[in-house]
Design a protein around this ligand. Sequence first.
Ligand code: SER
Length: 316
Amino acid sequence: MDNILVIGCSGQIGSELVMALRKVYGNEHVFATDIKEPTNEIHESGPFQILDVLDFKNLLHFLVRYNITQVYNLAAVLSGNAEKIPLQAWDINMKSLMNTLEAARQSDAKKVFWPSSIAVFGPTTPRHDTPQMTVMEPNTVYGISKLAGERWGEYYNKKYDIDFRSVRYPGLISYKTEPGGGTTDYAVEIFYDAIRKGSYECFLSSKTALPMMFMEDAITNTIRLMQADGDKLSLRSSYNMAGISFDPEQLTNAIRKYMPDFEITYKPDFRQAIADSWPACIDDSVAQKDWGLKTTYDLDKMTRIMLEKIGEKLAV
Ligand code: SER
């Protein structure tokens, strides 16, 4: 039986991934950890502990003590925040990964999931249908740390046989836990402001298209990759994952189908330059072929559910 450690269970991905993993593997087999308190449902449904992934000794001790076989390490400083504290962000993003890989090598937790991002691409990368293998010259601290992390993951796979698996997440859209400090965050904030105020001031310009994905699709595919036959995985760095691509204007039009009076204004800030360096849409055919990546949410379905669920949440 697998015992699974989730590091960063209180963040945007972790809050939903823990609950999905508990359904598959059983509540008591999924150990949720973070340096922050998690949601009530995580607290109430299974084990939670405060754990700082930067503390190597404690991490290794945890893996051994609870016979952990799989680790999902979701701890990271996102793109916008990382630009404000470059050295600290580099330190946190890299050290959390290196501690995880090294603790995996020294324990039985040989299967490791770690998220990469569309931020690994840069201004010299082809912007449309970005291939799996292409020019990668990221110019953000977050992007540089993700690209370096992909290389380290592959290195630990080849050298020490760590079963490292990763996807390059697009912007993730969810109604349970808000993201923090990312460049794609506008696509979540917009729903809260639409419901609270009927209007939104967007920090990206109207035509800034980026790859995005509804959280349920992201979680399903993450677990699908982790359950895939390892022999079929041609990549041990990280897989492109495309989702749906849209710009703020297209998202506004999708919201207006349900809220015709919704107003948007544009006031691009420093995150515009980050978004401009990323692809508009990417090609994920390698992931489809290797492990059956598939998504089920389009822009309209996602918009409808976001408005409905955030509407219910704010009404309480
Ligand atoms: N959503 C992330 C960010 O905007 C990209 O991985 O930083």
